[in-house]
Design a protein around this ligand. Structure first.
Ligand SMILES: Nc1ncnc2c1ncn2[C@@H]1O[C@H](COP(=O)(O)OP(=O)(O)OP(=O)(O)O)[C@@H](O)[C@H]1O
Ligand SMILES: [Mg+2]
Length: 166
């Protein structure tokens, strides 16, 4: 499902690499834990794998597609949970999910079901700006599942979650 070969990435023009020659492979059905210290390049790698940053050097294939040449269909098939909750704070939880669901060309999950699954059904109609950090993180996780993705990318998905709900 994922093939990364000799991947490098530098944010600047210098030779300081945020990602410095990594290779790995993830097969269908596998859960791959991508671990490393702060600043190791985990989020940068995820940004490249999801097409947010370009491939500068190396080869990256996700679902057998070269991520340098993705089509909208690529995004119909992946789910992404970001390191920092990037939600519409003035919209409610359900409005956020409904909005993001509308961006896909594939059948989407029922927002109420997803909110229920992450324990946010009772606050579905509350503005996300009034959610706690952990509640926002749970909503981002729910959003990553909205299009029934074949590949799910989760960047620190349990950050801010209390042990009883994570
Ligand atoms: N937008 C950016 N512009 C410039 N440099 C960046 C940017 N984002 C990250 N970096 C640098 O790239 C390197 C890797 O950062 P990255 O965020 O990928 O690490 P990480 O492994 O996800 O760390 P953490 O565990 O803290 O989330 C770091 O040296 C960081 O300073
Ligand atoms: Mg990170």
């Amino acid at each position: 499902m994922i093939q990364v070969c000799d991947l490098y990435y530098s944010y600047g023009k210098d030779e300081e690499f945020a990602v410095n020659g990594i290779s790995f492979e993830v097969k269908e059905g596998e859960i791959f834990g991508f671990l490393g210290p702060n600043g190791a390049g985990k989020s940068t790698t995820q940004r490249i794998l999801t097409g947010l940053l370009p491939v500068q050097k190396g080869k990256v294939r996700v679902m057998n597609v070269d991520v340098s040449a993705t089509t909208p269909d690529f995004y119909n098939n992946i789910g992404v949970s970001f390191e920092n909750p990037n939600l519409y704070l003035k919209l409610t939880g359900i409005e956020n999910l409904e909005y993001f669901a509308s961006l896909y060309d594939v059948p989407t999950e029922d927002p109420v079901h997803l909110l229920d699954m992450v324990g946010l059904k009772d606050v579905a109609k509350k503005r996300v700006g009034e959610y706690s950090k952990g509640m926002q993180q749970r909503l981002v996780f729910a959003r990553s599942l909205i299009n029934n993705p074949k590949v799910l990318f989760l960047d620190e998905p349990v950050s801010g979650l209390d042990p009883s709900t994570s």
